[in-house]
Design a protein around this ligand. Structure first.
Ligand SMILES: C[S@@+](CC[C@H](N)C(=O)[O-])C[C@H]1O[C@@H](n2cnc3c(N)ncnc32)[C@H](O)[C@@H]1O
Length: 256
């Protein structure tokens, strides 16, 4: 993504913001941006859950020091952004054959939105035991609330470091909202590449606020399908597809 755009680039950013947020929300976004204000967030009220707020990783009960130092603190994705991402990425997919995985799912907000689509499974992976507990309670509450329809009821939270997570044997739509940096991101990218090469499944990666996307650009095997740079870097996202070729080493791993 271009971080210092020229005039043409700025126009494109406003147009992308319009595509993600619609007319009135874009106007609001521009005003909020100019006034350096935060947008109003009514997700929790709407779903009767607790996903709002910001938590530093140092306050999230994470025992593993290395993982904690590479973790970005908790901030939930805005509903309008995750809805736009899901609408744009799933249009041509048979969702019964895809599992949605939010790597660094925090308190589970995106899982609630993804469960409204007919995915085979919806999984959140979260390092912080405190966030995991809240995410599980949120999912339980959401699934037991008859007012809000869930098309996928197969929703779970795995309390684990994303670098150690074993992906289910299906096509994957991975979601990440700048959860972790450096070596952990690289480890996860390697795991996804290996998973794709060994299984042949489709691996799509929707990366929101893609601070480490240079790593994907530099790797062979990741193709950028699309990107939406919007007015705030926090809500910009890009879609990648993993297309690793089977190397002799990976083929050997598959036989083990
Ligand atoms: C910016 S928040 C995003 C939350 C959620 N995905 C959303 O969009 O609403 C990033 C989350 O990633 C988690 N995280 C950081 N490092 C992680 C790791 N190595 N494995 C799993 N989760 C991690 C953090 O604890 C935090 O909850």
């Amino acid at each position: 993504m271009e971080y210092n755009p020229d005039t043409g680039g700025k126009f494109k950013i406003v147009m992308n913001t319009y595509r993600v947020f619609g007319f009135w929300e874009t106007l609001k976004e521009i005003l909020l941006y100019l006034l350096s204000q935060k947008p109003h967030d009514d997700f929790d009220k709407k779903y009767g859950v607790m996903t709002s707020g910001v938590t530093e990783s140092s306050e999230a009960g994470i025992a593993d020091e290395t993982a904690r130092s590479l973790a970005v603190g908790y901030v939930p994705t805005r509903e309008v952004v995750i809805r736009h991402i899901l609408e744009s990425t799933t249009k041509e997919l048979d969702l019964n054959e895809f599992t949605f995985v939010d790597l660094g799912c925090g308190k589970g907000r995106t899982l609630i939105v993804a469960a409204q689509l007919p995915f085979k499974e919806v999984i959140g992976v979260e390092l912080s035991p405190l966030h995991c507990e809240v995410a599980e309670a949120n999912i339980k509450r959401y699934l037991s609330d008859g007012k809000q329809p869930a098309l996928c009821r197969n929703v779970r939270v795995s309390c684990a470091n994303a670098a150690n997570f074993v992906f289910p044997d299906t096509n994957l739509l991975i979601y990440m909202y700048r959860p972790f940096l450096g070596p952990i991101f690289k480890h996860v990218a390697d795991n996804l590449r290996r998973f794709q090469a060994v299984t042949g499944h489709r691996v799509l990666i929707a990366y929101s606020c893609p601070v480490e996307e240079l790593m994907l650009e530099e790797y062979a095997g990741f193709v950028k399908r699309t990107e939406y740079q919007v007015i705030s870097m926090d809500y910009s996202w890009s879609l990648w597809e993993c297309q690793a070729e089977i190397s002799p080493i990976l083929a050997l791993t598959a036989q083990d």
